[in-house]
Design a protein. Structure first.
Ligand SMILES: [Zn+2]
Ligand SMILES: [Zn+2]
Length: 348
């Protein structure tokens, strides 16, 4: 089979044509990968930055946002041939404190599919093998392109659900694919108004398509000024931090209304620093939450339902649909900033 592989430490991936197709054992299934979308961490792993070096062990197959069809089952697999599935890439251990308390999403011994963490398998391949317990069986009437976005949409859903946004104004900082999906999810969950902030005007335009009511280009406008004006100087009730830009994270607390809620999703790469911790944090009596990934499988069920019932449209975030053989073109488009979400088809 064909696969894109991270063969050694250092920058880059390589495509190989004659990789041995794995055999499912125990409770594993072999899937034909129908679609795989490219995520920010696939870029980190490509570039082999510090984050990647901590997570991954080479060699491995990257790509973790995958949907596939079961084509072969191990003897104890709890799925049948022909079933379409989404891959939950947080491979929880089932034994640690978090797993024993129904929080496998933040397992303390987590393996990560497509990240070279406790598994060499990933979605940038024509076939892939994984335990059936990490498979989300697709049962609603949604397309494969929608299904492959269940994974990133699930991150947005998990974050927005933590905010309790019913009837509230929400500020979404950062309009990458997860931020954009967060706009749609916020509206579907009953936010009063969604305000999105980014430095890229084309992303802000896209956020309007996804349901944002007001966009703020932070390269031209003062975000605090806009937020205070829009909230009668009260500050915003809900903030979802999706940018990971340390400067945005550091300043966001000053935008928050007293008693407000914040959820952090973006990944800051440098230490954080809040200038006025008493007025901006402690005396605000705020609620700060963070999320890593999706609730398994609550988030998947909810996102699949929202898409099937046409409560959200995830497709506008897709900028490119390519064959996996065009993986280099895909990464170039991402590096140049001209792409949003790219979907690869490994079978083409
Ligand atoms: Zn991802
Ligand atoms: Zn665990």
């Amino acid at each position: 089979m064909r696969a894109v592989i991270k063969e050694e430490a250092g920058e880059g991936y390589v495509m190989r044509e004659h990789v041995t197709t794995p055999e499912p054992e125990g409770d594993e299934v072999l899937i034909r990968v129908e679609r795989v979308s490219i995520c920010g961490s696939d870029i980190a792993l490509y570039k082999w930055n510090e984050v990647a070096r901590v997570i991954a062990t080479v060699p491995f197959i990257p790509g973790h946002e995958a949907v596939g069809t079961v084509v072969k089952c191990g003897p104890q697999a709890a799925l049948t041939i022909g079933q379409q599935i989404g891959v939950e890439n947080h491979f929880y251990c089932g034994k640690c404190y978090c797993c024993e308390h129904e929080r496998g999403d933040i397992c303390q011994n987590m393996g990560q599919y497509g990240h070279g963490k406790k598994t060499t398998h990933g979605g940038f391949s024509q076939y892939s093998v994984l335990s059936s317990k990490y498979c989300f069986p697709l049962t609603r009437n949604i397309t494969l392109d929608e299904a492959v976005l269940l994974e990133p949409c699930g991150v947005a859903h998990n974050a927005i659900e933590q905010l309790e946004i019913q009837g509230e104004d929400v500020l979404i900082i950062g309009c990458g694919p997860i931020g954009l999906l967060g706009c749609a999810v916020s509206k579907a969950m009953g936010a009063r108004r969604v305000i999105s902030a980014d430095i890229d005007q084309s992303r802000l335009d896209l956020s309007k398509t996804m349901g944002s009511d007001l966009v703020v280009n932070t390269s031209r406008e003062d975000l605090k000024e806009v937020i205070m004006r829009e909230t009668q100087q009260n500050g915003i009730g809900r903030i979802c931090e999706m940018s990971g830009a340390a400067s945005m994270v550091n300043n966001m607390f000053s935008l928050l209304r007293k008693g407000g809620h914040v959820v952090m999703v973006g990944l800051p790469k440098t230490p954080l620093h809040v200038e006025n911790p008493l007025p901006d944090i402690v005396f605000k009596s705020l609620t700060l939450k963070t999320v890593h990934g999706r609730r398994i499988f609550h988030t998947w069920l909810e996102c699949e339902r929202l898409i099937a019932e046409k409560k959200i449209d995830v497709l506008p975030v897709i900028s490119h649909q390519l064959s996996m053989t065009q993986w280099e073109t895909a990464f170039e488009a991402l590096f140049s900033g001209s792409a949003c979400k790219i979907i690869l088809n490994p079978m083409k």
